[in-house]
Design a protein around this ligand. Structure first.
Ligand SMILES: [Zn+2]
Length: 365
């Protein structure tokens, strides 16, 4: 097994007393995570016009399958144990789905001073790897911690917790990379959910790795990013198969880990099935659901992926579909792998999902 390179900034352990959290809190935080990601994107996108992009450098920048080990950066109040468990589960995801990058893992702790030091480290790493990095806007700036007027890559995670992947593949930067950010709560590293969230986040790395086209966003609006159109088949940023895929893959592969109860996946999906009625009653297509619905959109999206896989196979979803998106585009890749258009499949799913939960659970391995 590959050893993950660990770069520890300062070694000091601050013993916090994290609280166990329910799955529903985890789900909420996963939603927050996406908002953070979008905010970050937006800030970058807004500033994109300030930087001249070079076509030549774009084509030569590395992105995708790699032998390189992920780099881990942790705040000084993050324990060695947390760093190890994080690295262990990223390595596990790499073994399951392949090694993609460049990948940086950033772990935020509980302390404000420590996270401010991590903001500084971020800027150091960025400018060292990419001389064209926009230090003024894409390093910490202003006063995000106290007045809230400003930005840093990590400030929100201290209070709000959660996890995220931000993919920095933009036509105006000189080094592409994925930043996988973990924090100390929602879930905390002592929770079982922490491991599943790492799998979920790493699946986002895998998804992004399969599309090598950088985001152009010439209108400065991340919602109309060309990458977004590839992934979701729409010009509006929606979770759809990005989130449904990451969540089902995380739960499914976690359920196959040694020591996990044989009924684990059914139990988890039974919990998620409670959201289906709210979705059906609402009446909007599942591909239009956003991150902030009155119900947990991820739950229904996860069920849709379970349904796709039941009708085809895990490998067709994970390998064939995701690796053909770049060549075929979203709609065509969907049709050629699942046998019908996304809209027709959703209509079928909506019909199928009206059945009692016990019937739905029959498709869960
Ligand atoms: Zn996600």
């Amino acid at each position: 097994m590959k050893k993950t390179l660990i770069l520890l900034l300062l070694v000091s352990f601050c013993g916090g007393t994290p609280e166990p959290l329910s799955t529903s809190v985890e789900e909420k935080k996963l939603i927050v995570e996406e908002e953070l990601q979008n905010d970050e994107k937006q800030i970058l996108e807004e500033e994109s016009k300030l930087v001249e992009s070079s076509e030549d450098s774009v084509n030569s920048i590395f992105w995708g399958a790699t032998d390189a080990q992920p780099e881990v950066y942790a705040a000084s109040d993050v324990s060695q144990e947390t760093i190890e468990i994080t690295a262990e589960w990223v390595d596990k995801a790499i073994e399951l789905w392949g090694n993609y990058g460049p990948l940086e893992i950033w772990i935020v702790g509980e302390g404000k001073d420590e996270v401010i030091a991590l903001d500084k480290k971020w800027c150091e790493v960025r400018t060292q790897k990419d001389p064209s990095w926009n230090k003024k806007w894409d390093c910490a700036n202003g006063d995000p911690y106290d007045s809230g007027d400003g930005w840093s890559p990590f400030y929100r995670y201290v209070n709000e917790g959660g996890a995220a992947v931000s993919s920095y593949i933009r036509d105006y930067i000189g080094y592409y990379f994925n930043a996988l950010i973990m924090s100390s709560k929602y879930p905390g590293p002592e929770e079982e959910d922490y491991k599943k969230v790492i799998l979920h986040e790493y699946f986002h790395v895998y998804q992004h790795a399969n599309l090598s086209v950088p985001a152009t966003d010439t209108d400065g609006d991340w919602r109309t990013s060309n990458r977004n159109i590839y992934f979701n088949g729409d010009e509006v940023q929606v979770p759809f198969l990005m989130e449904g895929g990451a969540e089902y893959m995380a739960q499914y592969w976690y359920s196959k880990e040694p020591g996990i109860d044989a009924g684990y996946l059914k139990q988890e999906m039974e919990y998620k099935a409670q959201t289906i009625n709210a979705y059906l009653n609402e009446g909007r297509s599942l591909r239009e659901l956003g991150y902030n619905e009155s119900f947990q959109s991820y739950d229904v999206l996860t069920w849709f992926v379970a349904y796709l896989i039941h009708n085809t196979s895990e490998e067709i979803f994970r390998v064939n579909f995701w690796t053909q998106i770049e060549d075929l585009g979203f709609e065509e890749a969907f049709k050629s792998n699942f046998g019908k258009s996304a809209d027709v499949m959703i209509a079928e799913f909506d019909e199928w999902a009206t059945q009692p939960i016990e019937v739905l659970l029959e498709i869960i391995p």
